[in-house]
Design a protein around this ligand. Structure first.
Ligand code: AAO
Length: 512
């Protein structure tokens, strides 16, 4: 009976909502465009010791290599086969990375591009990351193999063959997204090839997938593909664990296809989260931080159990995708640290931290002409390693937001307060707010243009705590502000609006 019930529930896909994080860890980091060798080292030297639960990696399979523009980051969203050699490294390096990260309890989630192959204008030849021949013009990808029979063009009813209207679900799913050759996922053969690709990765030890462009795939086709996936590798995960599935569906409201159409299959990226949080932190559209008292479902976001949340992603940090100008990124570092801390302190959703590379922006009429620029690389186009320095920063154009003290320490905060309820809310009716997580952690923000000066109930046991934003606890000493919590749980906070970081966070493990 119990078994049947479980089978029924998991059969519907709820098992695929679980990220299988280990050792009480909670947050994921997207190491955008990092090389496998660097990710392996980062798992061991930084992510595991600092409580990161997992890494979203860039697409690991063979992709087109472009000269014009020169090696854009988005060439990796144009597959030419499922062979595992990419700009980030070889199959051997991928396998080594997955093994080494798993061995220190850090999960790997693969960005899976399964809706399409490369752009129709991708030409013909061996300009692909493993050097295999393909022909975009003939829709011939012999390394899979796919032939022209395996694409959707016959089904698409628009004159251009492109998606012209997001109000028409048939166009969105059967036509080409920005000229990309659209796979016929209703075909048994294509489903089998996609599932085999994903199963190879599962058997190598990955914990799940960020599935790209799900809006452009029929939920029924995805259900069939996910249903073919193996359970996770029992070398690292308990028997019967389903891969974690989080699906990229951009839903800011008002389109024919909604995020909820995909809830039964796995989690979904909540794009409203970063768009709204950006407005709140920037104080645009009359937003105030105190309006976030009911942040989460109260703001019209999807149910908590379905959501993957993030401040920015690799698209909207450079004007692709959706969210627009409100999105906060590393370019606005002070606001970004606040927004990230808010996300990481708040219980809603599975949180993903962005880790970016820098590029030279060139705005013309509000659009960045350099939104295509790829990761830091040598003149031959190969990606540079990520150098890390003693002060924990990264060099050569790698931003490493995930290493910033304020963000790293809030990832630890999220682990320490995991499972504790949102509690002890306070606000000043403007942009000063505070909230805690049960009796395990407390955070106070001052995003007003004047000082914060208030005594609050933190819910924490009495004692002296080290603020993990202005510094951190190192051994028995505190390198930042100290906060004294009385035996009644109350503490006095003073935060200047001119502080480098106008917020304070304390938790059970930062007690001195
Ligand atoms: C490149 C070139 C193209 C060329 C193509 C083929 O840029 O000019 O035609 O190659 O040769 C990435 C890049 C693309 C790149 C592509 C392939 O971003 O520039 O194309 O690789 O190399 C839609 C999809 C969503 C997608 C997003 C970018 O629904 O899935 O576009 N994201 C993923 C990846 C992304 C990747 C791909 C998919 C493709 O994360 O990195 O593309 O693998 C509306 C819709 C959204 C739609 C956006 C943008 O959003 O709702 O579904 O996203 O439009 O088209 C307001 C609205 C909001 C609206 C938004 C923008 O905010 O509220 O709903 O405006 O209009």
């Amino acid at each position: 009976m119990k078994v049947l019930l479980l089978v029924a529930l998991f059969g519907l896909g709820f098992a695929q909502h679980d990220p299988h994080t280990r050792n009480g860890r909670t947050a994921i980091v997207h190491l955008f465009e990092w090389r496998w060798a660097d990710i392996a080292a980062e798992c061991e030297r930084f992510l595991a010791p600092n409580g990161y639960a997992g890494v979203q990696i860039s697409p690991p399979n063979e992709h087109i290599v472009l000269n014009s523009p020169w090696r854009p980051w988005w060439q990796r969203y144009q597959p030419t086969s499922y062979k595992l050699c990419s700009r980030s490294g070889s199959e051997a390096e991928l396998r080594d990375m997955i093994t080494r990260c798993n061995n220190v309890g850090v999960n790997i989630y693969v960005d899976a591009v399964i809706n399409h192959m490369c752009g129709a204008g991708g030409g013909e030849g061996t300009h692909s990351s493993c050097g295999n021949w393909f022909s975009a013009s003939k829709k011939d990808f012999p390394s899979v193999p796919y032939t022209s029979w395996d694409f959707n063009d016959g089904k698409c009813k628009t004159g251009s063959g492109e998606i012209e209207n997001y109000g028409d679900i048939y166009q969105v799913r059967d036509c080409r997204l920005v000229g990309l050759l659209d796979l016929a996922l209703e075909k048994e053969y294509v489903r089998g090839k996609v599932a085999a690709f994903m199963n190879t990765l599962i058997d190598m030890g990955v914990a799940g997938f960020r599935v790209d462009a799900c809006k452009h795939m029929w939920p029924g086709d995805l259900q069939s593909i996910y249903g073919r996936l193996n359970n996770l590798n029992t070398k690292w995960f308990s028997a019967g664990s389903r891969p974690f599935i989080y699906q990229e569906v951009i839903d800011l409201g008002g389109e024919a296809i909604a995020a909820k159409d995909y809830f039964y299959l796995g989690r979904v990226t909540e794009f409203k989260y970063g768009a709204k949080l950006g407005n709140v932190i920037r104080k645009w559209n009359g937003e105030k931080l105190y309006y976030t008292k009911n942040w989460g479902e109260g703001w019209g976001f999807m149910p908590n159990g379905n959501a993957v949340v993030f401040v920015d992603n690799h698209d909207n940090q450079r004007g692709h995708g959706a969210g627009g100008a409100s999105i906060v990124t590393f370019w606005d570092a002070r606001l970004y640290k606040m927004a990230s801390a808010y996300m990481l302190a708040h219980p809603y959703g599975v949180a993903r931290v962005m880790s970016s590379f820098r590029w030279e922006r060139n705005f013309v009429n509000g659009k960045d002409q350099n939104d295509w620029i790829g990761p830091p690389s040598y003149s031959d186009g190969s990606t540079k390693p990520v150098p890390v320095y003693a002060d924990q920063t990264c060099g050569d154009g790698w931003v490493c937001e995930h290493r910033w003290r304020q963000i790293k320490n809030m990832v630890i905060f999220r682990n320490v307060v995991n499972g504790q309820p949102h509690a002890n809310w306070w606000d000043n009716g403007s942009n000063q707010v505070a909230f805690g997580r049960g009796n395990r952690g407390f955070i106070v923000f001052n995003n007003d243009d004047w000082a914060l000066d208030v005594t609050l109930n933190t819910g924490l046991p009495g004692g002296t705590y080290c603020d993990v934003i202005s510094g951190q606890k190192e051994g028995s000493r505190c390198t930042g502000k100290q906060i004294t919590v009385g035996s009644d749980g109350r503490a006095h906070f003073w935060i200047s609006n001119a502080d480098e970081d106008p917020f304070v966070a304390i938790h059970a493990s930062s007690k001195l």
